[in-house]
Design a protein around this ligand. Structure first.
Ligand code: MV4
Length: 449
């Protein structure tokens, strides 16, 4: 097992990793930017080093500075968290070349899944159903029109280098596609340095469902029950829950089995998440895979009673991943992402937290890097806390979450707690009949542009 790991991240996920490392008896090294000197991850690690100015490009994305800290502290491994360098295959390679274990999949797997078009083709070969669409990168708008003609409109244009909804555009007819294609091409080129596009049939009333896996170096892969992630605004998840009210036991087993087989087929290692759309007829289609720990991983942890980050660290150290009991999904979990943002305009609301009371009690878990008196820097994402409610049933989990949110007090910055309370009181949400159209339809919150 590792003696010391460096956490190349900040905020709640850095704390999440520090806790698990400490429990495993591993020393921790935090890196922080000039605007994170008083952030909890820097205050709670065994050692800490400033790696540069506030701008992520100069600090949390500064590979030479991070590796210098790893070398002078003699860290055996680096945990990248999510975002920043977590899905950068070059970074994974450089760590390995420096003799430091990258806590994630091999660079080749990160690279494969990072090319969303290639991932789609490879997963089709691995027998995962994919959404009808193109079978290669589309060079010309005429190629796109031919595919759209075949699969039927509307279609969605996606950037091969994108993912997570970045650079997506919907086209409702041939003229619209002709308009949108060059815009998407230029956007992809400037945003990702890669203009490659592919298209899929646009499935309007589907569910966004994802399957968590963990693989180890012995070739063993374990899949977990689904997370329902259809409550999104601008492709940012707002609420996640498990199990999905839409998924029955038969579909769950089929999806878990299909993902396990596909992951084994490509020799997947470490934590990973396979994202799917599930249509009204309960047909599932692979969309993309994320090769990192995800924001919403805690809901899976609480319904299975496990620690995924510990499992990820163990797998990276070469251990076979096992759990001391049978894995069985029990009860229901919901996560609300609490962002420092204006609840009506969604503009970020950084600044000083004057007073803070976070919820607690049986069945409530809070993952947060915030504390009263802390100044939220304007330089990073606006996630300040994840509240996870765990109860024997969905109804009880909703009630528990409502109570927790009502007992939360955050003074000094605006938050999206009012939006969460509105969603939890919505009849479609309560009935569990919502899909990806939910926020747009019920709240008039537009996705994309
Ligand atoms: C789609 C889709 C429908 N059809 N692809 C959004 C995030 C990214 N990972 C993939 N996403 C979607 N891809 C096809 N072919 C629907 C979504 C989607 C979505 C779209 C509009 C409004 C809310 C949404 C929530 C989740 C997923």
């Amino acid at each position: 097992m590792f003696k010391k790991i460096l956490i190349a991240n900040r905020g709640e996920i850095a704390l999440r990793v520090i806790r698990s490392a400490k429990e495993l008896g591993i020393k921790t090294v935090a890196v922080f930017s000039e605007s994170d000197r008083t952030s909890l991850h820097a205050l709670l690690a065994d050692e800490k080093f400033c790696i540069g100015p506030a701008k992520a490009q100069d600090s949390y994305l500064n590979i030479p500075n991070i590796l210098t800290v790893a070398e002078i502290t003699k860290a055996d491994a680096i945990h990248p968290g999510y975002g920043f360098l977590a899905e950068n295959p070059r970074f994974a390679e450089i760590c390995e070349q420096a003799g430091i274990t990258f806590i994630g999949p091999p660079a080749s797997i990160i690279r494969l899944m990072g090319d969303k078009n290639r991932a789609r083709q490879e997963m089709a070969k691995a027998k995962l159903p994919v959404i009808p669409g193109s079978d290669k990168v589309l060079e010309e708008v005429e190629d796109a029109k031919a595919v759209a003609q075949k699969v039927g409109y509307p279609v969605i244009i996606k950037a091969a280098a994108g993912g997570g909804g970045k650079g997506m555009r919907i086209a409702r007819n041939p003229q619209h596609l002709e308009e949108q294609f060059p815009i998407a091409h230029n956007e992809a080129k400037s945003a990702f340095g890669d203009p490659s596009l592919y298209i899929e049939k646009y499935l309007a009333d589907a569910h966004h469902i994802e399957i968590q896996i963990i693989g180890d170096k012995t070739g063993n892969v374990i899949a977990f029950g689904e997370r329902e992630c259809s409550v999104q605004r601008r492709y940012q998840k707002v609420i996640e829950e498990t199990p999905s009210p839409f998924v029955d036991e038969k579909l769950r087993k089929r999806m878990m089995g299909a993902v396990e087989d596909a992951a084994k087929h490509i020799g997947y290692q470490s934590l990973g998440t396979f994202e799917f759309l599930v249509d009204e007829k309960k047909r599932f289609y692979f969309m993309e895979a994320n090769t990192r720990v995800q924001v919403e991983h805690p809901i899976t942890e609480v319904v299975y009673g496990i620690n995924l980050v510990k499992a990820q660290i163990r797998a990276a150290a070469g251990e076979k991943v096992t759990f001391p009991f049978d894995l069985e999904l029990r009860g229901h979990a919901i996560e609300c992402r609490i962002n420092a943002e204006d609840p009506t305009t969604f503009a970020p609301s950084p600044g000083r937290i004057e007073f803070l009371v976070l919820p607690g009690g049986e069945g409530i878990r809070v993952d947060s890097g915030a504390y009263g008196g802390w100044v939220i820097p304007p330089d990073y994402d606006s996630l300040i806390a994840k509240i996870i409610a765990f109860a024997p049933s969905r109804d009880l989990a909703i009630k528990k979450m409502q109570t927790a949110l009502e007992m939360t007090t955050i003074v000094g910055v605006k938050t999206n707690i009012p939006l969460h309370l509105e969603i939890l009181a919505n009849t479609d949400f309560i009935k569990g009949t919502y899909n990806t159209q939910f926020l747009e339809k019920v709240f008039g919150l537009k996705n994309g542009k």
